[in-house]
Design a protein around this ligand. Structure first.
Ligand code: MN
Ligand code: MN
Length: 468
């Protein structure tokens, strides 16, 4: 009787299992290797431009070449397109024609941060500061009193583009945003978290030592400008055409006494970007369908802009490829499949009230598959159909990938979106899936190594799969 009950239960009910009870010893070893590579990637890629450059470098190392229109349409061809230094598309041409569709994985390489305003430098009370304008959804209180570095470019009128790096090299000074001391923070402490730190107080402290004579004014600001001029040859006007990003200076590291997790800035969405990139580069055989990896910019501000997923850059490349294979442009889309590889929220026991426990993603339970994202009544979601989810279940299960199905949080708690909607708009069947993250969008986010590696395995399975 009791045995019959157990069998029935095993047969009919879902048995959620921690990934550590499912993976092999070989998988564990491979996971550690993979995560060491990922930590290294994180430390070298703190901005979308650095990610794009690193992706190109890795692609070249794996035999990928810059795309030449009309030249690469044959099975086995590997090439990439770098869109304005900020987004990268990589293609491994498959055995079947493009009219059979492509297997696509799309992740984004931009992360929330503090950009410098176009006129950033000023002096107040004999201290010099940079004014910032935050990019993406940040909780402003998290960005004060942590060491920051400044990365990005200054583009000069003559076409020269200078790479700026202040704070990343050993021995470099860092920058910081100050906050009130608790002794004087009584009024501030009464304010809601969202208003306690106004955006206009997110000013980077960049200097305090004056030059010139005591009766001169703006001496600290001038001293900072002098240092920048010595290092980069720039003047104050040049900030007008600069993209400088203040990002957390702390390096990525292992987290936990058991070293089972990774803490870092920028897991959203470099944890998926690295996975889908590395999986494509590691694809040793010519895939059945053409495999494409998209590393997009601007996801954090709505996929806008010429390097975002709403840009025609991707369509242009695909149209060009179709022309090479003498295939109608409209034909490739509807038989294609896109895995929108973006992070999801991991269940946090300290804040359990914002999650639906039965539908949350858990650390170490593998890739979080999301049928839909969005907010409220699925607003802004692409809401994949049941057939699409069934396809992904089969592909992941056959490849031994550890995955879970999840929603972001409680229906009324909030919401979020990904590039999925923009892929679906293109008439490409699309499904969201990504690594669960603790403290998402914070300057220091946490993920589980197991989930990172499963994301890579999942991407590999996706490129090898045939949708339809
Ligand atoms: Mn994301
Ligand atoms: Mn995000």
């Amino acid at each position: 009787m009791s045995e019959g009950y157990k069998e029935l239960k095993k047969k009919l009910l879902t048995a959620k299992k921690n990934g550590y009870d499912r993976i092999s010893d070989a998988d564990r070893a491979a996971m550690e290797d993979y995560c060491a590579g990922y930590i290294d990637f994180l430390n070298r890629c703190k901005t979308e431009r650095l990610c794009a450059a690193e992706a190109v470098r890795m692609a070249e190392e794996h035999g990928y070449r810059p795309y030449v229109s009309g030249k690469h349409g044959n099975p086995g061809d590997k090439f990439y397109v770098c869109n304005r230094g900020k987004a990268v598309m990589l293609v491994h041409v498959g055995k079947r024609p493009l009219s059979d569709g492509i297997q696509l994985a799309a992740a984004h390489i931009d992360s929330p941060r503090l950009d410098l305003k176009p006129t950033p430098l000023y002096e107040e009370s004999e201290l010099a500061f940079f004014k910032t304008h935050y990019y993406g959804g940040i909780r402003k209180y998290q960005w004060v009193t942590i060491p920051l570095e400044l990365r990005g470019v200054v583009a000069l009128k003559d076409g020269t583009v200078l790479q700026v790096n202040i704070g990343a090299e050993p021995g470099d000074p860092k920058l910081v945003i100050t906050d009130l001391l608790p002794h004087l923070g009584q009024e501030q402490g009464k304010k809601p978290l969202s208003t306690a730190i106004p955006a206009e107080t997110l000013n980077l402290l960049v200097g305090s030592r004056p030059i010139g004579d005591e009766d001169d004014s703006g001496r600290v600001k001038l001293a900072v400008m002098q240092l920048l001029n010595e290092k980069y040859g720039i003047t104050e006007d040049d900030f007008n055409s600069a993209e400088l990003e203040a990002v957390p200076a702390s390096p990525a590291c292992e987290i936990g006494l058991d070293r089972s997790m990774i803490g870092s800035y920028g897991h959203d969405d470099r944890v998926c970007a690295y996975a889908v990139l590395k999986a494509l580069l590691d694809l040793s055989e010519t895939p059945e369908k053409t495999a494409v990896c998209m590393l997009a910019d601007k996801e954090e501000i709505g996929s806008e802009g010429v390097t975002g997923m709403r840009s025609a850059a991707f369509d242009t490349l695909m149209e060009d490829l179709c022309a090479t294979q003498h295939i109608a442009v409209r034909a490739w889309r509807e038989k294609s499949f896109c895995l929108s590889a973006d992070v999801t929220a991991a269940f946090d026991p300290d804040y359990s009230d914002v999650y639906d426990k039965r539908n949350a993603a858990y650390l170490n339970y593998g890739i979080g598959l999301c049928k839909y994202t969005g907010a409220r009544g699925k607003s802004g979601a692409s809401d994949a159909d049941a057939e699409t989810v069934a396809f992904m279940r089969r592909v992941f299960d056959e490849a031994g990938v550890v995955w879970q199905i999840a929603e972001l949080g409680k229906v009324d708690a909030g919401g979020g979106g990904t590039v999925a909607a923009y892929m679906a708009q293109r008439n490409i069947t699309t499904l969201d899936a990504g690594v669960p993250v603790l403290s998402m969008h914070a300057p220091f986010e946490t993920v589980a190594k197991l989930d990172c590696y499963q994301m890579y395995k999942g991407a590999l399975a996706l490129y090898r799969a045939v949708f339809q």
